[in-house]
Design a protein around this ligand. Structure first.
Ligand code: SF4
Length: 378
């Protein structure tokens, strides 16, 4: 890109500093030297961007998309305060917006429990049910790595609906379950089977979480575990936008309560405030928490385990976690192609087996050690 212009903008020491790609370089030892290099990189970036924005810079430079990306990454990491370039104190943008790699600008950094990665999330939906029936992948959808699984529960259902493939029962991982999506599925007559995460908040640990309170939706009143009735019932919105009901208890009653320390940390002259979801969401959540403690729920949910094998097959045999292309749309296409390839292999296997009078789906093979038993018995 415009080498003549570039030679006029930079100084010879740039060739020493950027002699190798940065990830292949050895970083200087010592915090002071590292800090100096970091500042120098920030100043170099600023200098280059200023020169590129100059009206005398060639048109190809001023409109170059790579420089626009460099500006975005520079802003993520550096700032200019009183004429000095410095490393930014805190993130400039949300992680959903943060560019992580100059080679794959759609990729985002994410973390799930102990696992950290850069890229996307792939959501697979597979048929399951009878042990003998062939299981086929119905969806392989890609989303940015920073998106929560539960944000995809309804869009994935919409996609199944659009293809006339809505199941009576959906088995999902706990990440895809919330009171809201349980209530929406119930309203559509679809059973969503998946465990709900435990209630959050310190009061859950002391036994004074929301589920310990009895709600009378008709009277718009709540009875606390100590048997006292609430004073106010105020419908409103959470700062994330969803509908909530704020229920408050009498300050006098709460201040005199022998278990106050287990229930509220509000200062003097204030009583406990309880935030409830709307009735269908609250009840769906409470129902699920009661169900998931019982063994019939666990047995039904165990059917979902098959998808873990399919994910493993996609990852180990077909490179589902390695994007061979750049950009979300091409990586999405790769995921769909892998899902289609797995389905074709399964269908081929089913046709072969049924032509031989065997069940459509092979049983899990026994280990060589387990096969010893039949040899011993013979
Ligand atoms: S602190 Fe108030 S709301 Fe909590 S149990 Fe005591 S009286 Fe009930």
């Amino acid at each position: 890109m415009a080498p003549d212009w570039l030679f006029g903008v930079i100084s010879p020491d740039w060739f020493d500093r950027y002699v190798h790609r940065f990830e292949l370089q050895r970083f200087p030892k010592g915090l002071g030297a590292q800090e100096a290099l970091r500042r120098q990189v920030g100043e170099d970036g600023w200098h280059l961007l200023q020169a590129a924005a100059d009206e005398h810079a060639p048109q190809s430079v001023r409109t170059c998309p790579s420089l626009a990306r460099l500006q975005q990454v520079w802003n993520q990491h550096f700032e200019r305060v009183e004429g000095l370039i410095r490393w930014r104190d805190g993130p400039a943008v949300e992680s959903a917006e943060r560019v992580i790699s100059p080679y794959e600008t759609d990729a985002r950094a994410s973390r799930k429990r102990e696992t950290e990665w850069v890229g996307y999330k792939v959501h697979l939906t597979e048929t399951c049910g009878e042990e003998d029936a062939v299981h086929l992948i119905m969806q392989a959808e890609l989303t940015p790595a920073t998106e929560q699984d539960v944000e995809e529960t309804m869009p994935l259902l919409d996609d199944l609906q659009a293809r006339d493939l809505v199941p009576e029962v959906r088995l999902v991982d706990s990440g895809y379950v919330s009171g809201d999506v349980l209530a929406k599925h119930a309203a559509l007559g679809i059973e969503l089977v998946g465990p709900l995460k435990q209630e959050g908040g310190w009061q859950h640990e002391t036994g004074y979480g929301a589920s310990a309170f009895q709600v009378d939706w008709q009277q718009q009143q709540v009875r606390c575990p100590q048997g006292h009735l609430s004073q106010n019932w105020c419908p409103g919105r959470h700062n994330r936008g969803e509908e909530v009901i704020r229920v408050s208890f009498s300050a006098v009653t709460c201040q005199a309560c022998p278990v106050k320390a287990l229930c509220t940390k509000r200062e003097k002259h204030k009583g406990r405030i309880l935030t409830l979801s709307p009735q269908p969401v609250h009840e769906a959540r409470e129902r699920r928490r009661a169900e998931q403690r019982a063994s019939p729920f666990q047995e039904r949910y165990a059917l979902r385990a098959g998808i873990e094998g399919t994910i493993s097959e996609g990852v180990r045999s077909h490179g589902l976690r390695r994007a061979r292309y750049r950009g979300q749309s091409k990586t999405q296409l790769q995921a769909k192609a892998i899902a289609a390839a797995i389905n074709l292999v399964r269908i081929h296997q089913m046709l072969q087996r049924t032509s031989l009078g065997l069940s459509p789906r092979p049983k899990r093979p026994l280990s060589p050690f387990a096969r010893l038993r039949s040899l011993l018995a013979a």
